[in-house]
Design a protein around this ligand. Sequence first.
Ligand code: ATP
Ligand code: NCN
Length: 188
Amino acid sequence: MKRVGILGGTFDPPHIGHLIIAEEVYHQLDLDEVWFLPSNQPPHKSGATVDNQNRLEMVKAAIAGNPHFSVSDIELQREGKSYTYDTIKQLKQLNPDIEFYFIIGGDMVEYLPKWHEIKKLMEMTQFVGVKRSGYQLNSPYPVEEVEMPIIEVSSTMIRKRLGQGREIRYLTADGVIDYIKEHQLYEA
Ligand SMILES: Nc1ncnc2c1ncn2[C@@H]1O[C@H](COP(=O)(O)OP(=O)(O)OP(=O)(O)O)[C@@H](O)[C@H]1O
Ligand SMILES: O=C(O)c1ccc[n+]([C@@H]2O[C@H](COP(=O)([O-])O)[C@@H](O)[C@H]2O)c1
């Protein structure tokens, strides 16, 4: 069976936290690939500040040059909230020969009990958790922890900085910064 990690997110915008956790999990779990999965509507928070097309393009720019990273637009094709249960069900139907590992940060690990159809979802995919500052990795559900340095970067931090006209160099990939500047995203 091929082993594929999935990093679902809003990616508003993508940043080095996303890239580092995907790369670490890829190596530590000896995965074949990691797919970045931008959501249409995040189930638990208010929507993205930037439209689907721009977020998809930013993810493509972020992962450019990494041969084991790719992007899936499967959630962007679906209307409404992007419940992971629906997505994994669809992905498994389309790829019966792939075992999926769903990668989440500490904030999402704490929130797992509230996920849609979480019991069924737990039987369909292995969750992989990485620490995030301010959150525990404790969960009533089995989550495989992957150790790595805590990275205190978030999309919120980047949006805030850009809104203040501050620099974001090294907080995300250069291609993402170029895309943001070219399309005048996140300006005050
Ligand atoms: N710095 C980080 N360390 C560990 N996990 C992270 C980090 N940033 C994001 N993640 C995880 O990546 C996934 C997608 O995150 P998302 O795209 O919502 O970014 P975010 O930085 O949390 O965004 P926002 O600040 O807008 O809430 C989530 O599972 C989240 O926990
Ligand atoms: O399915 C759910 O109920 C659910 C609840 C919260 C988050 N998720 C998924 O977890 C991933 C990270 O969420 P977010 O909001 O940090 O972008 C993303 O793929 C979401 O669709 C899924």
